[in-house]
Design a protein around this ligand. Sequence first.
Ligand code: NIG
Ligand code: FE
Length: 410
Amino acid sequence: MSGPAWDLLIRSARLAAMTPGSPYGEVLDGALAVRDGLIAFAGPDRALPPGASATLEIDAEGRLLTPGLIDCHTHLVHAGHRATEFEQRLGGASYEEVALAGGGIRATVTATRAADEATLLRQSRPRLEALLRDGVTTVEVKSGYGLDRDTELRQLRVARRLGELLPVTVRTTFLGAHAVPAEFEGRPDAWLDLVIAELLPAVAAAGLADAVDAYCEPIAFTPAQVGRLFEAAARLSLPVKLHAEQRSDSGGAALAARHRALSADHLEHLSESGVRALAGSGTVAVLLPGAFLHLRETRTPPVAALRAAGVPLAVATDCNPGTSPLASLTTAMNLSCTLFGLTPAEALAGATRQAARALGLADRGQLDVGLRADLALWNADHPAELAARLGPSSLATRFVAGRPDHAPSR
Ligand code: NIG
Ligand code: FE
């Protein structure tokens, strides 16, 4: 009797399906089958239909198979670096002091404006390739280092182009409200007016953004200003997310929750009332321990309170030149455990199921029938290894919509 004809069948794998209900959704002697880019079977090997076969069959030899990792917060398309600011901060300057002295986001804006599309692509591509080598199959990329119409559009085009050149889903976010550009010094509302009247409609008309983000902070924008932007995004049917409570308690998370934001990100300075606002809102709390580490922050996000309130927790790299020059999501997972107190299971859920939610993607992030067959096969035999390890990546191979990058290696 011949079984179903699948495109791919992986057998003898230890599945960490990351389905809700148990920490890892584990299946010890597991199998996973793919047809037409979607998961057609995920479960115990012994439950496979008799005669099961596929065009490509892989014996995982007991290795760990997880959903492909999802990095739901990056600024990886930018030009230049800011390593000298790292030196300045080690010498005692604060992030705000460096920014107010003309460094910070504006320094990367200057470098990014000066880079043509090919240069921007060439400088950004290795950062994405590093994420892929570490198991990422979906990545979010923000604009926000252009802060003028043409450069913002260029950043988003480069992000989309990277998704065509490399086997990965790229989701783009418009972050025109990342900082007040030098031309609008002291006139944040005038800049926001332009963002709302011209940049956002141009980005939306070009179909270049899947979401809209802002930086809510005294050195950037107030909740009232962000609220205006969010209303404009809603008029264009674009979902929103927010850099909130990174350096101060500004009420950003509550604003995000009120606007049914996909996520509120950073949250080191989140108050108890901020936690209450997020609870039950559906907004995901995205933790960015790379920025916390790189800025040598001391105040951690209120993880225990968020957990107790049932707020979904995601983990991302925040890959950017100023606060988190990090291009490894498993390293961010490790830091979320060591610095913020997540469990390795929460960290892996945060880089799969919860990260998918933070991007509004219901079709991935778990090993379940009908979902996209974005997978990562690891040279590991326990799911806690992914967060326990600090580089080099233990990835054996990735599968994007069921297609392997290369033969699994040891
Ligand atoms: O996520 N906080 C604002 N945005 C980035 C950092 C931007 C920069 O310093 O270049 C962040 O940390
Ligand atoms: Fe960020």
